[in-house]
Design a protein around this ligand. Sequence first.
Ligand code: GLY
Length: 356
Amino acid sequence: MQTIDVMLGRRSYPIHIESGLLNNIPSLLGEVNGDRKWVIISEPKLLDLHGNTLRLNLEGAGFACDVITLEEGEASKNLSVYGSIIERLIELQCDRTSAILALGGGVVGDVSGFVAATFLRGIDYYQIPTTCLGMVDSAIGGKTGVNSPSGKNLVGAVYQPKGVLIDPELLHSLPRGEVQSGLGEVIKYGAIRDKDFFHKVSSWLDDTDAFPFEDAIAQCCTIKAEIISKDEREGSLRRILNFGHTVGHALEAQLGYGTIRHGEAVSYGMKCAGKISCEMGFLSEEEFILLSSTIGKLPLPTLPEIDKTALMKFIRVDKKWENLQLHFVLLKQLGKAVISTAVTEDLIKNSLEVFE
Ligand code: GLY
């Protein structure tokens, strides 16, 4: 088992990664069990695939365990679902010693984390990500929350889990496209922080059937843990994790959430950011071509014709604006990201030609 620590003083926590780890959760959590109640929050399909076995294993090992089910998908990430989970925790007589196990992808993780952050002013929770994106990104870092009718993630908290438990074998139960869409985020980590890793990922992508997920996930977690440990609240360094996200989020919003997967939209966004980096004289032409061709190894969906003016409107409402300045993540070179407040709308508009 590989263990990577997120170092945040008293709020530090481990990320454990191992194929088959799901079966070892009772022993991993044995030390922190005591008399507490455990609540698995998950989706129906995931409960059938993994959650019911997890519950049986936990109960077999003497854990008191309940389950709360969320409907699958982004539609569950709202204040009304959040409120109903809180009510259910009260019905289940949970108290301040109770702990949540968030078994799922980004939606389950974000909602469960926000419930944990706020129920009785904060209880323990553990992330058990089931998607590639969850394993390399959304389960780590403590950003939790729900959407409001006015926009995504407008209500939330930074509240760290007590641990992240990753079993890469769970990826086998996902549709191939779902897993591959998470690989855009894997490329991102190499591009922003680790050139050698970028080159490795690029060559691994030549044969996606043999992609070494466990090693790739471990390296992404190492990079994310290092960044979170240095800048938990996104004052500076943590912003680089948004590489590809300014255009990516706008693309998701314009095409309609669920039309394109997050990882796919970010992949297109990274191409745009790479092009801007090149135009602004940061990234060499050669490295931009390498970035683009690596992203090109992913089976990205063909985009419909994009209304560039409409897309720019979504970019203007993006949360990465502060004091009327857009903080855009660029690459100085592969493996080195920089934040720029000098990216103009024209540069962004021109970069959208990478969609064609
Ligand atoms: N929960 C994802 C993050 O904190 O980055």
